[in-house]
Design a protein around this ligand. Structure first.
Ligand SMILES: Cc1cc2nc3c(=O)[nH]c(=O)nc-3n(C[C@H](O)[C@H](O)[C@H](O)COP(=O)(O)O)c2cc1C
Length: 281
């Protein structure tokens, strides 16, 4: 398969076979992560491999009962790791203070996503599927404790990997022309924005069953695999009625990522950063 097709066919996979990934493939995946671009080539990234069933179960629970995390034979926890660099610098009578320099953190986080995405694409070329799990950010303290991470190590992203049992059908995306700006930024009119998202999601449907199947892939998949609380279709529909959700945007920002709740999470994230020794402001 050529690379363009590989990118276009990639989908987040949430339904895995009970099949081990060969060790040599795992090592290749680690090489791909390690060989990713890195600002200044400082490489402030560590990867924790989670394969044992107890740990898989615990990780799946802590990231918000996501059954595919338990079912995937391998999850990689990508961490910003300033400890190694700080210790190395101090051995040579110099200081590395990335935990206080927001710019160092931003670059390290970019490094981390480059490394993780290398793994996504190489996995796909091996016939594996993967899904990012961002909700690790809600439980940084708990993850650090369970996986024995010391100060200056921050878990920022999980990637769960395995052989796909099923791959989701096409997932809606904006059209290429919506995200591309030629030479200068071009602000869209209200009508253009409305159309862009309508073309992406389709118009909001009264048939909630259809709607949820099209847009809430995770919940549908989770309900099939484990029926965690958050994926109970009946309560999602009830909540949608209660909040009078009548559009795709309301669905996203009133129910899935309620704007005020997201702001409230600032406090938790900042506290976990501080607990790990990171303090930028
Ligand atoms: C930063 C980030 C965090 C994500 N977190 C989760 C998650 O916690 N659980 C999940 O099932 N999918 C998660 N995803 C996957 C997205 O839901 C998925 O990429 C999106 O729906 C688009 O589908 P596609 O990857 O098939 O194009 C995450 C993706 C990214 C990039």
């Amino acid at each position: 398969m050529n690379l363009y097709d590989l990118f276009m066919k990639r989908r987040s996979v949430r339904n895995f076979k009970d099949q081990e990934i060969p060790q040599d493939v795992i090592e290749e995946l680690l090489d791909a992560a390690n060989n990713a671009p890195s600002g200044g080539n400082i490489q402030p990234v560590s990867v924790i491999l989670v394969q044992e069933s107890e740990a898989r179960k615990e990780l799946a629970t802590m990231v918000g009962e996501q059954p595919w995390v338990r079912n995937a034979p391998l999850s990689m926890i990508f961490c910003v790791d300033f400890l190694r660099i700080k210790r190395w610098a101090s051995m040579f009578e110099t200081d590395f203070k990335g935990e206080k320099a927001f710019l160092h953190f931003l670059i390290a986080y970019a490094d981390l996503t480059c490394a993780a995405q290398n793994v996504v694409i190489l996995s796909q070329s091996h016939g594996l599927g993967s899904v990012y799990i961002g909700t690790i950010l809600d439980v940084i303290d708990r993850a650090r404790k369970y996986f024995a991470m010391p100060e200056y190590v921050l878990p920022m992203m999980v990637l769960s990997i395995g052989y796909p049992k099923t791959v989701p059908k096409k997932v809606p995306k904006l059209k290429r022309e919506v995200i591309a700006h030629r030479e200068k930024y071009r602000e869209l009119s209200d009508d253009q924005i409305k159309r862009a998202f309508e073309e992406k999601y389709g118009s909001f449907e009264d048939n909630l069953e259809n709607y949820l199947h099209r847009t809430y892939v995770e919940a549908v998949e989770a309900e099939k695999q484990q029926k965690p609380r958050w994926a109970d279709m009946k309560s999602i529909k009830k909540e949608m009625k209660k909040l009078n959700i009548r559009s795709n945007a309301q669905f996203l920002f009133k129910l899935r990522y309620p704007s005020d709740e997201m702001i409230k999470l600032n406090e938790i994230v900042v506290r976990s950063f501080k607990n790990a020794g990171f303090d930028f402001f």
